[in-house]
Every structure is written in structure tokens, then in C-alpha cells.
Write a protein of this length. Structure first.
Lengths: 449, 270
């Protein structure tokens, strides 16, 4: 065995020893698990990804329907707060980066090379406080702290079971859309595999202010479901601002709608099928003062839409998530031109459209160990400008990994994670003209307490 | 010849043993048959932290819970359709998982599909040897409900007194009877009689039929006995009707039905 390999095994043994040492003291307390005395696995297939029981709990406004729901039944020491920290070691590789031929000499000319970076890191700290203010009034506030600063991810209040009906719940604030498969609850942590790219895709050169379902949005959502959550719907009206506060973008509103139905196949499990659409308009120019855009005065709104279908398939310990999206932007958005100057459009210009999707598979060996794999692609169907190469913007990405949860109790959760991802992106220019390739490897801990 | 008899005897013994094992283990609710192996997987995901790895009610969360999680190894269950002392039917356990246990940490697991709940029943039964050795008695028969009349309520109030329900549940049904502070369950943990005025749902279901059933079967493992021997079915319905009047919701409903001729409260002085 080579010395390098011995060192690698030794390092992994040390990590394992550290894992065992950390497994004993678990003093911190996840908010909901502590409130109800339930383990993480009750609501999460593997946290943070929800199972049907957890989805039902969420859809019921963080209520189980028993007398522990109301805050007045909680002990005074109960504090509905949760922290999440992810200390990791990761390696990022850009396989076709343009670098100076002579480092430090900008005049030496560019060559294509592989650039790698690696080291220990902490992605940031998530803080979540959430729960019920009283029966049928719930809330969620999620500030974050990272190396690049602090901010507010989500902040909303929800009125549940209006008119004593599961079919009418209203949420106000800044929230994650009822996405087919939640971006906020992704199991992936590495830089390349973290995103569902379809949720954030816009063609190269497109200036649609809306950049995807995956963004936290600002608005109001009406939702409902059957008591067992097998039939669900949600309709949200949101600012065309990607969730940015302060009325700083356009004056348009977008609409998102999601409907899904699950059905039980005896002996196999619960299956869920759904359809969704996001329809909106985005400004193509602004009122100006001295030629400078005045914020919040977007005009010349032009339309766009995303539409698709998805499924969540459970076969005993296996589950698969399948997602399809078709996207289309108006020709002015696609060419990043103001709609009051149509003569600027290049000959043959059309609204760009594309198709994409992903398949994500999980194998739950047991509630403490899950294997994960994901493949995703986006392919342009029509470019906004016929002069653009047909596959510009196409991307393929795949990821594999696992999560092991040595601690998973009502007070704390800890996962040991290893992941590897690769993305081949035709939208990234390289010197050779080939697609950009990025690889990510990550291992580390995901603390939740 | 001896060999043939030996083989035949072994085969018969094996068949008999298999049938006994199958009798002890098979779990069936409607047309669904439980799979204990899959139930174990589900148990580890949903139940183990309260009920414990061995089903003895000593999971990691147990010290923080009141009432304590059920000890499955005893094979004693509160919510049953079978007579006092009997094992529950598979459907009783299935219903309990789906309904949850009100006023306890046990949530309603209805989001789990029916097959999963049956699988859980199959696995939960495997913790107690009683399910291998005994067969549950048939479910008690619940007669049609008698009319809920003022007379029935009056008779129920008298029966509530004469059957000493008040000694635990209190004269007003507030769960504060003279014996209340001394009660323990079968494992010696303190137990609080139900406060009928709270308006909270009953542990084993909130319909009149379920209340009647509780009076017939008692809640095994608790001091709540079966009243089958001390009350006739009509009398049990009277008690059910009386208990219904104790809940605060009923009081509110009664207040709503105050005749409009009742004098309005005087306006406050300006």
C-alpha cells in the first residue's frame, strides 16, 4: 500500500473515531422533534427531506392534531428554535478553466487548465424558529449567517384550516414555493450537486428577472389538502422579484400553482404524481432619470412560463423522484431587449424554450443510512437568437453520495455525509469551445440541533 | 415402516407447528396481511424512540413523556373492542395507530398507508409472547344507542354516583375525585383520571359508541374497570349521555340554546 493511501485510510479512521466520540453528547434540541418527542425519522425520510407523515405535519401548519400542538401546553423552557451547521471538507475542480500561461503574467496568454481548490469549510449557519402561535396559526422564520453576510431566508405566518377546512390555508410572507421536490430540503450539500438546475435555469443572455422556482418568493399562498395529505394543491401569487424585499424590481405579479395526488399501491407503497406551472411577466425596461433606471418602475412586461410534471415513486426501501420541466420566455426577455424597441430584435428572433428534468433515487437501507443518486439535464429547444449555437446552455449533471445518521433523536441530529458531483455545462465558455466541467467532492457533518 | 411413520409423524408435527406459528403470528385487517419484517423497518423509523428497541416502552424519549409509552411486551392494551383482560384484535391496534392516543405523545399515524399500519401491528405483536400463546376474545357487542333524553341523562348522573365513577373522576367529572391522586397504572406510574369537562377527545375515540365500548371493556393496564357486570347496556348508554353533558363544549352549546326570552344583561354605566 502506498504511503498516500495509508494516510488516507488513517484520516478516515480518525474521522470515524471523531464520529464515535461525538455520538455520545447530544444536548441541543430540534424544535419540532423536542416538542413532540418524536425522532427526526418520523417526519423525514432522511432529514431534511420530508416523508409523507412530515409533509402532512407541515401542511397541517406544524400540527399533529393532538394537545401538544398549542404553545400553552409546552413547558416554559421550550424554545422553538433549531440550528443547522455543516462543517465539511470539500474539493472543487474546474476542469477547463482559462489560466495565464505564466502565473502572474497577464500578457503571457491564456491556456486551458484544471484548477482545483480544497479545504475545510463551514457553509454557514441556518437558524429556524417555527411552530404554532396558537391553534391553527403557524409561523416560520429562518435567518442565515454565512461568510458572505447574514440575511433572512424565510419569514412567514400561516392561517390554517380556515372555516375548519383542510382545504383552505393562507400563508403570507417570504417563503419557499410548494415545489415539486423541495430545493430547501435537498439532501445534497456539495457545490455542484446542491442545486436542482431546472429550478434556476434561464438561457444564456436572457434577462428575465425571475430566475427560478428554487428561489424563496415573496407573496401569498393558498393551499389545501385532504386529511391524509393524499390530495394537495397550492396557488401562490408572488412579486416578480425573486423574493427580493423593498419593491425594488418590477411591478408585476407571478402565479405559481401545484397540484398533486398520491395513491397507495398495496405491497409497494405510496406514489405521488403532480403537475405545476409558474406563469408570469417580467419587465424589459424601466423608467429612467437621466438615462438611469428608476428602481421599481419596470415596464414593458413580457410573459414567461414554466410548466411540468413530477412523480415520487416508492418501492419499499427505494424511492425515485422524477421531474420534468418545459420553459419558455418571451422573445424580448430571451434577447434582453426592451419591448418598446422591437426593431432591435435580430432577424429570426423568437422566444427561447427548453426542456429539462431530473431523476433522483434513494435507497433507505435503514432510517440511519441512505444512498443517493441524481441525474439532471437541461436542453435548449429553441434559442432566442438563431445565430446562437443550438446547444448553448445545455447542461448535464450527476451526483452520488450517502448520508449516515449516527445521532437521530428528539434532541439532535447529526449526519456524516460524502458526495461527489459533476456538471457538464455548455453555457460556460471555454478556450477549447467544449463544455465547461466542474467536479465537487464533499465530506463532512451536517449538524441539526 | 418405522421410517415411514417417523417421516409422516415429522411432517405432521411440522405442519402442526407451522399452523400454530402462523396462528400466533398472522396479522390481518380486512384483506390486508401484515408483514412483520417491513413492520420492523417502519417501527425503527417511527416508533423506536418512544417504545424502545425491544418494545418495552423505554425508548430514548420515554423519560420525557407523560403518560409513558406503551410496553408492548406485556400485551396489555387500553383501547380494545375485546372484553377486559383479553388481547386486542388486530383491527384494534390498527385503529389505535391511525387514530393516535389523545392526551398522550402518541400522534395519529394516519398519513401512513394502511398496509404500513398493518405491518406495524404485525411487528408490535411480535414483542409479546401472549400473541403466540393466546387468541383474543371476540369483540364485545354494542347494542343500538338509546335516545339521548333528559331522563337518560338524569339516570346516567345517578349511575355515575352509584357506580363510584366520581371517586376517580370527581363529582363534577373534573378528574379530581378523592382517589385521583393515588391512582397508578399497571407499571406503577401515576395516572390521572380523565377530566370530562376539558372538552378534550377521549383516548380511545370520541364517538358515543367508542365511549360505550370503553365502559364495556375497561381500559386494561389502568384503574378503569369494565362495567359489564355492574351495569346493563341501557344504563351504560345513560352514563354516556350524562358524561357528554360534562364537557365544556356541551355547556357552551347549552348556553347557546338559552331561550331568547331570557333577560339581557344590563348595559354598563356610561
Amino acid at each position: 500500500m502506498e504511503i498516500g493511501a495509508v494516510k488516507k485510510v488513517g484520516a478516515q479512521l480518525l474521522l470515524g473515531a471523531a464520529l464515535l466520540a461525538l455520538a455520545a453528547p447530544a444536548h441541543a434540541i430540534p424544535a419540532f422533534a423536542r416538542k413532540y418527542g418524536l425522532p427526526c425519522s418520523a417526519c423525514h425520510e432522511a432529514w431534511p427531506m420530508l416523508n409523507n407523515f412530515g409533509q402532512t405535519f407541515k401542511d397541517n401548519g406544524y400540527q399533529l392534531g393532538n394537545d401538544r400542538d398549542s404553545p400553552i401546553y409546552q413547558q416554559p423552557g421550550y424554545w422553538p428554535i433549531m440550528f443547522r451547521v455543516t462543517p465539511t471538507w470539500h474539493r472543487e475542480s474546474n476542469d477547463r478553466a482559462a489560466v495565464d500561461m505564466v502565473p502572474g503574467n497577464a500578457g503571457s496568454g491564456l491556456v486551458q487548465s484544471t484548477v482545483t481548490q480544497s479545504g475545510f469549510d463551514v457553509g454557514g449557519i441556518d437558524v429556524v424558529t417555527a411552530g404554532t402561535l396558537s391553534k391553527n396559526i403557524s409561523f416560520f422564520v429562518q435567518p442565515y449567517f454565512s461568510n458572505s453576510g447574514a440575511g433572512l431566508s424565510q419569514a412567514w405566518a400561516r392561517f390554517d384550516n380556515l372555516f375548519k377546512s383542510h382545504w383552505l390555508n393562507v400563508k403570507f410572507g417570504r417563503f419557499e414555493l410548494d415545489e415539486p421536490i423541495s430545493q430547501e430540503r435537498t439532501l445534497w450539500l456539495n457545490n455542484t450537486g446542491f442545486f436542482y438546475y431546472n429550478y434556476f435555469f434561464t438561457p444564456p443572455g436572457d434577462n428575465n428577472f425571475f430566475t427560478g422556482l428554487g428561489n424563496i418568493q415573496l407573496g401569498v399562498e393558498v393551499s389545501g389538502h385532504t386529511p391524509d395529505d393524499h390530495t394537495r394543491y397550492s396557488v401562490a401569487v408572488v412579486n416578480n422579484s425573486n423574493g427580493a424585499t423593498g419593491l425594488q424590481a418590477s411591478q408585476a405579479y407571478d402565479v405559481y400553482a401545484n397540484f398533486n395526488q398520491s395513491f397507495d399501491i398495496p405491497g409497494v407503497g405510496l406514489q405521488r404524481l403532480g403537475v405545476y406551472t409558474f406563469v408570469g411577466e417580467s419587465p424589459t425596461y424601466y423608467q429612467t432619470s437621466g438615462g438611469n433606471p428608476i428602481p421599481g418602475t419596470g415596464q414593458g412586461d413580457k410573459g414567461f412560463y414554466r410548466v411540468g410534471a413530477y412523480g415520487q415513486w416508492y418501492v419499499k426501501k427505494f424511492d425515485f423522484q422524477t421531474f420534468y420541466e418545459h420553459g419558455h420566455d418571451n422573445v424580448f426577455l430571451g434577447n434582453a431587449l426592451p419591448s418598446n424597441q422591437p426593431t432591435l430584435l435580430p432577424p429570426g428572433a423568437i422566444g427561447p424554450s427548453w426542456n429539462g428534468g431530473f431523476v433522483e433515487a434513494h435507497y433507505n437501507y435503514n432510517p440511519r443510512f441512505i444512498l443517493m443518486g441524481k441525474y439532471e439535464l437541461v436542453e435548449m429547444a429553441k434559442q432566442a437568437n438563431p445565430a446562437i449555437k443550438g446547444n448553448l446552455g445545455d447542461l448535464d449533471t450527476w451526483s452520488i453520495g450517502y448520508r449516515y445518521y449516527p445521532i437521530m433523536n428528539p434532541r439532535a441530529g447529526l449526519a456524516w455525509v460524502q458526495e461527489y458531483s459533476r456538471i457538464i455545462n455548455q453555457g460556460v465558455p471555454t478556450l477549447s469551445g467544449k463544455a465547461g466541467i466542474n467536479d465537487s467532492y464533499l465530506m463532512g457533518f451536517d449538524f441539526d440541533f | 415402516m418405522r421410517i415411514k411413520i417417523g417421516l409422516a409423524g415429522s411432517a405432521a408435527f411440522f405442519v402442526l407447528l407451522s399452523s400454530l406459528v402462523a396462528f400466533g403470528q398472522e396479522t390481518r385487517v380486512g384483506n390486508l396481511v401484515g408483514n412483520a419484517e417491513h413492520g420492523k423497518f417502519l417501527y425503527q423509523r417511527y416508533c423506536i424512540f418512544c417504545h424502545g428497541q425491544f418494545g418495552d416502552g423505554t425508548g430514548e424519549s420515554a423519560p420525557y413523556l407523560d403518560p409513558k409509552p406503551r410496553d408492548f411486551t406485556k400485551g396489555v392494551y387500553k383501547c380494545r373492542s375485546t372484553p377486559s383482560g383479553s388481547l386486542p384484535l388486530d383491527s384494534d391496534l390498527f385503529d389505535t395507530i391511525g387514530r393516535g392516543m389523545h392526551a398522550s405523545g402518541m400522534p395519529a399515524w394516519r398519513p401512513l398507508v394502511r398496509q404500513d399500519r398493518v405491518d406495524l401491528v404485525a411487528y408490535v405483536k411480535s414483542f409479546s409472547p401472549r400473541f403466540k400463546d393466546e387468541k383474543p376474545d371476540p369483540a364485545v357487542t354494542i347494542p343500538p344507542e338509546t335516545p339521548d333524553t333528559p331522563d337518560s341523562i338524569k339516570r346516567g348522573a345517578d349511575l355515575f354516583q352509584s357506580n363510584n365513577c366520581w371517586s376517580c373522576h370527581g363529582k363534577d367529572g373534573r378528574g379530581n375525585g378523592p382517589s385521583a391522586s393515588t391512582l397508578t397504572d399497571s407499571k406503577g406510574y401515576p395516572i390521572v383520571p380523565f377530566d370530562f369537562t376539558s372538552g378534550r377527545e377521549f383516548k380511545c375515540g370520541d364517538t358515543n359508541r367508542e365511549m360505550f365500548r370503553d365502559l364495556m371493556t375497561g381500559l386494561d393496564g389502568t384503574p378503569m374497570p369494565s362495567f359489564t357486570d355492574s351495569m346493563k347496556p341501557d344504563q351504560m348508554w345513560d352514563v354516556v349521555h350524562f358524561i357528554r353533558t360534562l364537557s365544556s363544549k356541551k355547556h357552551l352549546m347549552a348556553a347557546d340554546q338559552t331561550p331568547p326570552s331570557a333577560p339581557a344583561p344590563a348595559a354598563p354605566a356610561q
